[in-house]
Design a binder for this molecule. Structure first.
Ligand code: NAD
Length: 338
């Protein structure tokens, strides 16, 4: 049986507390956050043990640590856990910038302590089936992959302010998944974006809608679409087009789209709905499988999800996209890596 520590109890941290305390292989959960009121509330709700500081949590005898605090705290918290030799699950991204991610990754690699990064789509049954179809050769040579992430509404603007922007915060999921599914490395990206929602996006140097064209070293092209205001619901899709076949994830009955063709738009026709509301309901099972896989890592199993090395590559793609948006031109990964 395993006891875990959970640092950060906001939107996703509280959700992870719920998931972790329902895993049969978890015998105890110790929780902490910068906000004592939240610690007390989450501890009481899920029967977890409260810790009044990160230090207290790390020395409480936990077998592993889940970092779900705000992005700017990830690097420091993950390194504090790794320094103690504790296997760590870190929510994406592992640090605020790619350069910082690379620095953190070097220290983690030297430590030999396993660190899994929170890219849960890899654990979703539909995304995994796309990966399997591509790997098996059934799709043939890939010519195009499309990845879409559209939230119904943005998180609080305070969150946006510290998020690093839509590429580092949101499109990183798409970058991770297209890299994982194609098995190819990204060489160049062109990113554009616009703000039609809260003007604070502009003030924070961010956008609420973005499109990114990606060129891979194996010849495939990627198209990533991300948006913070998608009225019909949480739209998360992956489409892999090959010379022999096309496979998709996210075209399920909860796909938040309305078929406008009058010949096929009778009530009850696909998608029958209701539309997915947000990442929590769409990926409930994936989060569960992901955290269960992390418990296996704590027990000595190899990492099945995204590694820190994967997260660093993804961070460089996000960095290049951020730079491309700023300059209005395509940016090569090698340019930003220097
Ligand atoms: N995998 C996913 O799909 C997914 C979804 C949402 C968020 N996330 C990631 O999870 C992280 C948290 O996001 P959120 O939406 O829960 O944010 P949030 O703002 O709701 O919560 C963040 C929490 O972290 C706490 N915190 C900040 N610094 C801390 C520190 N040094 N020590 C302890 N606690 C600290 C805050 O008090 C707050 O309670 C972000 O990095 C985000 O990128 C991942």
């Amino acid at each position: 049986m395993t006891t875990l520590g959970l640092i950060g109890l906001g939107r996703i941290g509280a959700f992870h507390a719920d998931t972790l305390t329902s895993l049969p292989e978890i015998s105890g959960l110790v929780v902490t956050d910068e906000r004592p009121d939240v610690v007390a509330e989450v501890a009481a709700k899920y029967g977890a043990r409260p810790a009044d500081s990160v230090e207290a949590l790390l020395s409480s005898g936990v077998d592993g640590v889940v970092v779900a605090a705000a992005t700017p705290a990830h690097a420091e918290l993950a390194l504090a856990a790794v320094e103690r030799g504790l296997p760590t699950f870190c929510e994406k991204p592992i640090a605020s910038t790619a350069a910082e991610s690379a620095r953190v990754a070097e220290i983690i690699a030297r430590s030999g302590v396993p660190v899994q990064v929170g890219y849960q789509r890899r654990f979703d049954a539909a995304f995994a089936a796309v990966k399997e179809a591509v790997d098996s050769g059934a799709v043939g040579a890939l010519h195009t992959v499309r990845s879409t992430t559209m939230d119904p509404a943005p998180p609080p603007m305070d969150y946006i302010k510290g998020s690093g922007g839509i590429f580092r915060d949101c499109a990183v999921h798409d970058f991770d998944v297209i890299r994982w599914v194609t098995g190819q490395e990204v060489v160049e990206v062109y990113a554009t974006g616009s703000v039609q929602g809260d003007p604070l996006f502009t003030e924070y140097g961010d956008v609420d809608t973005a499109a990114i064209v990606v060129r891979f070293d194996g010849g495939a092209l990627g198209l990533v679409s991300a948006a913070r205001y998608n009225g019909r619901g949480y739209d998360c899709r992956l489409e892999a087009h090959g010379f022999d076949d096309t496979v998709v994830a996210g075209w399920d009955q909860g796909a938040p789209v309305r078929n406008a063709d009058p010949r096929f738009a009778a009530p009850g026709d696909f998608p029958a709905g209701p539309p997915h509301h947000f990442f929590m309901d769409r990926f409930t099972e994936a989060f569960r499988t992901e955290l269960s896989a992390f418990v296996d890592v704590v027990g000595g199993a190899p990492i099945r999800g995204a590694t820190v090395a994967d997260a660093v590559e993804v961070a460089w793609i996000a960095e290049a996209a951020t730079e491309s948006l700023r300059r209005g031109v395509p940016v090569r990964i090698e340019e930003v890596r220097q």
